[in-house]
Design a protein around this ligand. Structure first.
Ligand SMILES: NC(=O)C1=CN([C@@H]2O[C@H](COP(=O)(O)OP(=O)(O)OC[C@H]3O[C@@H](n4cnc5c(N)ncnc54)[C@H](OP(=O)(O)O)[C@@H]3O)[C@@H](O)[C@H]2O)C=CC1
Ligand SMILES: O=C1OC[C@@H](O)[C@H](O)[C@H]1O
Length: 360
């Protein structure tokens, strides 16, 4: 007898941009997938928004539409709550979902700072529920293949340096005052929004023991603020035990001038990861030192095609974790989320970016 696929019934909190992409991907018809996703309900600040969202993004599903997030948490048919609100609401949304006994997948940046993240995980531990930061980059097959080549097969020898720049032009001055990208109370700034991907690439490239036994590098950071919003972050990471270094940046002052989203250098060659942005890698090419003479030659190229928008991997992994009774994602465990938040706290401390929540 064929065994039933694990099924995850999702409660969606908010109807913004990223919630729409996540739900588009949950709604994909994927007969070959090893899990089944059900869009059980959608909670929004308004019933009309929720209804329009469902009609557009999951027209073949019949989710319950609620005009509050509380009704999502209270729905007995929800296995996992997906949180797609601005960063500043993540802590309270997570705490409310956890208090109702729900498992949670919450967008990056997980919270505003490490203190808030610890508070959420402490509540999850007490309640015995699953909580997972939706750092979707770590779930991509490209990342699994690349990190194996780097750290197990050592295709470019000993890695000693990496760089990753996330440039995404935004006319911050022209945005409404209430935009999450402009209002510091909502966590505006490049580091938490896009710099977190450059930082993730640094960890993936330089720390072979992440996420199980990650090391914390020394950090040297600078940030630039315009009209009270951080628009440029530059960070040098230095892992004292290996001597490895990373240079990462994020900015809304300009788009990135190249499609190289991460470059990793080793003693025997280098790897260029290319794509739309550090959050959207599509290919990587391994270049190795030429046998005779100087220079490098292409050794291999690996191309990946997104399924939908690319969120199926984190959604499937979450459903499988919950079905297996895990409380943490082995790909993004609690300790790793806290460590990333601590690193971003330190970068902000050095760079002079403070959020109102830091004083709470
Ligand atoms: N993984 C990824 O690739 C991406 C992740 N993100 C992350 O997702 C989160 C949301 O980003 P994004 O979708 O771009 O944001 P949007 O502004 O597009 O949507 C946020 C939604 O949150 C709800 N909300 C509740 N309170 C507020 C408030 N005071 N101001 C604005 N919205 C509010 C609204 O939904 P409603 O009215 O229905 O309740 C709103 O539509 C962020 O943490 C961001 O970092 C964002 C983009 C890409
Ligand atoms: O997570 C993200 O990745 C893509 C960016 O466009 C977006 O602002 C950010 O939140």
């Amino acid at each position: 007898m064929a065994s039933e696929k694990p099924t995850c019934r999702w409660g969606i909190v908010s109807t913004g941009f990223i919630a729409s992409w996540f739900v588009d991907d949950l709604a994909l018809d994927r007969p070959d997938a090893n899990v089944k996703h059900v869009i059980q309900c959608i909670g929004s600040s308004s019933l009309e928004k929720g209804e329009a969202f469902a009609a557009k993004h999951c027209p073949n599903s019949k989710p319950a539409i609620y005009s509050s997030y509380a009704e999502v948490y209270a729905d007995p048919d929800v296995d996992c709550v997906y949180i797609g609100t601005p960063h500043s609401f993540h802590k309270q949304n997570c705490l409310d979902a956890i208090a109702a006994g729900k498992n949670v997948l919450c967008e990056k940046a997980f919270t505003i700072n490490a203190r808030e993240a610890r508070e959420v995980f402490e509540a999850a531990a007490k309640k015995g529920v699953y909580v997972h930061e939706a750092m979707w980059l770590r779930h991509r097959p490209l990342v699994a293949d690349l990190t194996k080549l780097l750290h197990q097969d050592k295709v470019i020898g000993d890695v000693f340096r990496m760089s990753s720049d996330f440039g995404f032009y935004m006319d911050i001055a022209g945005l409404p005052e209430t935009s999450r990208l402009k209002d510091p109370k909502l966590g505006a700034g490049t580091l938490l929004d896009i710099g977190v991907y450059s930082l993730t690439w640094a960890i993936l490239a330089l720390d072979p023991d992440s996420p199980k036994n990650s090391q914390t590098p020394k950090l040297l950071a600078a940030q630039t603020q315009k009209n009270g919003v951080e628009v440029l972050s530059s960070v040098i990471l230095h892992y004292p035990s290996s001597g490895r270094q990373g240079m990462i940046t994020s900015t809304t002052l300009s788009d990135a001038p190249s499609d190289v989203v991460c470059r990793i250098l080793g003693t025997e060659g280098y790897i260029d990861v290319t794509g739309l942005a550090p959050s959207h890698p599509a290919s990587f090419t391994v270049y190795t030192k030429k046998k005779d003479g100087g220079g490098f030659e292409e050794a291999s190229r690996s191309n990946y095609t997104d399924i939908g928008h690319g969120f199926v991997h984190e959604a499937d992994d979450t459903a499988l974790d919950i079905a297996a009774g895990r409380k943490e994602s082995p790909i993004m465990p609690w300790k790793e989320t806290i460590r990333v938040m601590e690193m971003m706290d330190e970068i902000r401390k050095q760079g002079g970016t403070k959020y109102p929540q830091d004083d709470e």
